[in-house]
Design a protein around this ligand. Structure first.
Ligand code: MSP
Length: 535
């Protein structure tokens, strides 16, 4: 069972490449588990209870809920057109979430893990969070994010007793009961944790009717982060879904790792003190990726340099949604370094990896099969000289890497298999042998092995490019898999990852190019990079 989550996104921002990247990464992981034979569940959604949402709705003369819904829909649609298929999309303004947050906060009040006090500190209004005195001084009392002055605030509020869970959280992370990827992030977290944990404010004075009131204290609203983190629990804490718990993979950006690896486990440990949650398991892994940047600069609202949904949609229209996904997965900031976004890089990746390597190899092999094999069906005939063991090693290495949530290994593994297959065809020249009728059986065996390698590589690529790989599967007669997968099901086992001598039971249809040629000129003028001549 895999339960894969993304952060839930603030509705006051427009969807951009960062949101799409995290969400596609989670979708790829979830699809990978489904393909490997595991029932899987992917959760994404929107974080709506920020005070800024009220202001934005007011300035447009709309009811807050209505405005939030339309913004939430824009995330939903953005993800849908990029072939992301979450099992659920949660909104924090939904009653099912609000009820569960109230219930959890009530339990934490009863156990004394949430208590009333007063808070004074430096507040970053843009981020809706308090900044530690040390950090405030370090940034000259300006927001580290938008550089606006921090506000000195003193207010009555509730606190969450995070300090009580310091040792437990350290143990969880050290023992890898909670795995943190990449490893370097784990060390950073532990260093910061060993400096000590303080209790954190978990409510703010209530204004208006937006957000979740603290039970028994109608003057206080549950702090958005406490509200938002609980979405991972509230979405599945129902009688039908309870067995999905706990999250196995929580994909987040590096900016919010602390919330997910420290505060969130702390909250769950505290909840365990209360009867309904006494045997609550804890999340298994948090993967914190780095950031897409542009021209070496962090993308931000104030810089206005986000790779916007508009820009992403232009790229999608030109290259196809699957190709944009492929680029995000193959070039994205999965590790500890940020990645510079570049349309030129996307174009080059499309040309070399997709059109020339994957697409060409598929068209070439299927065309030869239709031409040279009796009934268009390649058959295994003795030794073909195809490097089967090498291919199987690559498949197995990729599978091991994805188990550590390294999804770029899918792309690397698949491309290596395609290159090996191309190299084999180039060297063994079945198209020349086929001129001699006595060699046709041998040629059929060679093409069988080439196609079998393509089938295996397509398994690695399906989570990344589901639509294109299903087109390939339908052409090479493995459509039973595409039917199960496209319906959101999971494979009955992982048997299809084995080398198979009788995989192709239907005549093979020559494949039209999976990745048609695109000229760079087709997108010029539509992206700021090309328009400004940065190409
Ligand atoms: N609402 C909170 C999360 C609550 S989760 C319980 C939030 N929302 S957000 O809209 O700001 O989204 C943050 C997430 O978007 C990041 O953690 C990351 O996953 C993604 N990205 C935002 N900008 C990004 C880049 N420039 N690059 C890659 N991903 C980044 O924080």
């Amino acid at each position: 069972m895999a339960y894969v989550t993304t952060p839930i996104y603030y509705v006051n921002d427009d969807p951009h490449i960062g949101h799409l990247f995290t969400t596609v990464s989670a979708d790829v992981l979830c699809r990978w588990h489904r393909l490997s034979g595991y029932p899987s569940f992917m959760l994404t959604g929107t974080d709506e209870h920020s005070a800024k949402v009220v202001e934005a709705a007011q300035s447009r003369g709309l009811p807050t809920l209505e405005w939030a819904r339309s913004r939430s829909d824009s995330f939903k649609n953005a993800f849908r057109v990029f072939h992301v298929s979450p099992s659920d999309f949660i909104r924090t303004s939904e009653p099912r979430h609000i009820e569960q947050v109230s219930a959890c906060v009530r339990l934490l009040l009863q156990s004394g893990d949430i208590y009333r006090d007063e808070y004074e500190g430096w507040y970053d209004a843009g981020q809706e969070e308090y900044i530690s005195d040390v950090k405030a001084r370090q940034f000259g009392f300006l927001s580290p994010i938008n550089r606006k002055p921090l506000l000195r605030r003193k207010e009555p509020c509730f606190f969450f007793r995070l300090s009580a869970y310091e040792d437990d959280v350290i143990k969880l992370i050290e023992s890898e009961q909670l795995k943190i990827y990449p490893e370097v992030r784990k060390e950073e977290l532990l260093m910061r944790l060993r400096e000590g944990l303080r209790d954190i404010p978990c409510s703010r004075p209530r204004a208006g009717n937006w957000g979740i009131a603290v039970p028994g204290a109608p003057d206080q609203t549950v702090y958005v982060w406490i509200d938002a983190l609980l979405n991972y629990l509230s979405a599945v804490n129902t009688s039908e879904r309870r067995e999905l718990w706990p999250p196995t993979h929580q994909i987040v950006g590096k900016d919010i790792l602390w919330f997910h690896a420290v505060i969130w486990p702390g909250m769950l440990l505290a909840l365990r003190k209360s009867q309904p949650f006494s045997s609550l398991a804890l999340p298994e892994m948090v993967h914190a990726h780095s950031f897409w940047i542009r021209d070496g600069e962090k993308m931000s609202k104030s810089m206005g340099n986000f790779v916007s949904l508009h820009e992403l949609n232009r790229l999608r229209e030109t290259y196809g949604a699957d190709s944009v996904r492929f680029f995000l997965v193959s070039a994205g900031p999965h590790g500890t370094s940020d990645t510079n976004f570049s349309v030129i890089k996307l174009h080059e990746t499309y040309g070399s990896a997709l059109a020339n390597t994957v697409g060409n190899c598929c068209s070439r092999v299927t065309t030869m099969i239709a031409k040279y094999c009796p009934d268009g069906r390649p058959e295994k005939r003795g030794e073909s000289g195809f490097p089967i063991a090498r291919v199987m090693r690559l498949i197995s290495q990729a599978r091991t890497a994805v188990a550590r949530s390294d999804i770029s290994a899918l792309v690397e593994g698949a491309l290596s298999v395609f290159r090996i297959t191309d190299g084999y065809i180039h060297q063994a020249e079945p198209f020349k042998l086929a001129r001699d009728p006595s060699q046709l059986m041998h040629v059929s065996g060679m093409l069988h092995d080439a196609l079998e390698a393509i089938r295996l590589a397509s398994l690695l690529l399906w989570p990344v490019m589901p639509e294109r790989m299903e087109t390939l599967w339908n052409a090479i007669g493995v459509d039973h898999l595409s039917q199960t997968m496209s319906r959101g099901g999971h494979a009955s086992s992982d048997a299809h990852f084995a080398w198979c001598e009788s995989a192709f039971e239907r005549p093979i249809v020559p494949l039209r190019p999976l990745f048609p040629r695109v000229e760079l000129a087709d997108i010029s003028g539509t992206t700021s990079e090309l328009a400004s001549g940065r190409a």
